[in-house]
Design a binder for this molecule. Structure first.
Ligand code: E4P
Length: 218
């Protein structure tokens, strides 16, 4: 399973990247706002740090303007994946970028039908939003399962990038289905290390060790 970090926070990316856990990064306009940085400056910094794909999102609504913005963002670094929304214009821009040999991440996917269109338009990644479907009482994990089944039926090469991941359980469930990539906030990735029995076991070992009166290495 590939891990992308869903953030534009360079310090948080650096910490996990130094551990070799980061296969890529996804950003969006809300994450750029949260970082409080200039989009080109922060995206360049992330691209220099991380070897894998770094998604940078266009904000235009027409295909022509998305293509202009996407080409501009792609100049930042060779590992930019241009992120376009799953609208008809976004699909048109996706086809143009794919034909130019650029990586494209089609975002804001909420249905299997949308995911089929993204694959047909040559998307490198499709980003189905798991958490936002859960937010409205639907099952985001089911969407990943549906897309996996359809893509496998037809051998589509578009990678399923499970997005809007909010919990460790989301990561495990989409991993069981076979999502190619998950993108999650750094805090969610770090919380994968937590287990109540690990904490309890460590507490016991620490207490017992103190009773031995020993020291390791001196
Ligand atoms: C990633 O590409 C998406 O922009 C992101 O995962 C959305 O997550 P959210 O629903 O938690 O904002």
């Amino acid at each position: 399973m590939k891990f992308f970090l869903d953030t534009a926070d360079v310090d948080a990316i650096r910490e996990l990247n130094d551990l070799g856990m980061v296969d890529g990064v996804t950003t969006n306009p809300s994450l750029i706002l949260k970082a409080g940085r200039n989009i080109e400056e922060v995206t360049r910094e992330i691209c220099e740090m991380v070897q894998g794909p770094v998604s940078a999102e266009v904000v235009a609504e027409s295909a022509a303007d998305m293509i202009r913005e996407g080409r501009h963002l792609a100049q930042i670094a060779p590992n930019i994946a241009i992120k376009v929304p799953l609208t008809w214009d976004g699909l048109k821009a996706c086809r143009v970028f794919a034909d130019e040999g650029r990586m494209v991440n089609v975002t804001l996917c909420f249905s299997p039908a949308q995911a089929i269109l993204a694959a047909k338009a040559g998307a490198t990644f499709i980003s189905p939003f798991v958490g936002r479907l859960d937010d409205i009482g639907l099952d985001g994990v089911d969407l990943i399962a549906d897309i996996r089944e359809i893509y496998d039926n037809y051998g589509y090469e578009t990678q399923i990038l499970a997005a809007s991941i909010r919990s460790v359980n989301h990561i495990i469930e989409v991993g069981k289905i076979g999502a190619d990539v998950i993108t999650a906030p750094p805090a969610v990735i770090k919380s994968m290390a937590k287990h109540v029995l690990t904490d309890k076991g460590l507490e016991q070992f620490t207490a017992d060790w103190a009773k031995t009166g020993q020291k390791i290495g001196g």
